[in-house]
Write a protein that binds this ligand. Sequence first.
Ligand SMILES: [Fe+2]
Length: 203
Amino acid sequence: MSTVVPLFSTPVYVGNIDVTEDEKKHCAALPKSEGAFPKFLISHDDRVLDDPVLAEMKNRALHHLECYVSDVYQLDQYRFNFYINTSWVSDMEHETDVGSHKHGHSIFTGVIILDSTVGNNLYLENHFTPILPSFFKFRYKELNQYNTHEWYFDLKPNQIYIFPSDLKHSAKCHLPSGKLSVLAFDTFIRGTIGKHSDELTFN
Ligand SMILES: [Fe+2]
């Protein structure tokens, strides 16, 4: 029997996370101002998950992060662990396009969908992994995970996405009546990696 092995793929974690109404209200009420994109509001606080009100939510996010690094990547964290450093809330409204970007100084990025009307998308793109020779512009019967450098997800409330921080991503709020509110976070490691001459310790 033939088989196809999806070698060198980029794992994107999609899970369900409980977010209480009180947590959503707290996030909605955070002071925000216009960010790097039009009609895009971002919280002044860039460590929102450090607020005791969101302590339980942070634990739930860390549980998903642990599944991702331990079950998916099979990382052996015997001398280090991942932690959430920065975290912020952003609100988008009708026809907002948060342009393609990636996050520096972070290893994995998480996005929790607090609220989303139907028709909002998260786009991910990877133009570095070779798929097919790029000097031909092939036409495809159907796009799938083997023939495209871009992928998108339909966003729904109470979803969590986790992906490598240097994976380019963008979000789009397509409909005139569309609204999207997300809590995003970046991560880093604490502890020691490597050994002997390439050992590095992060406090
Ligand atoms: Fe981002």
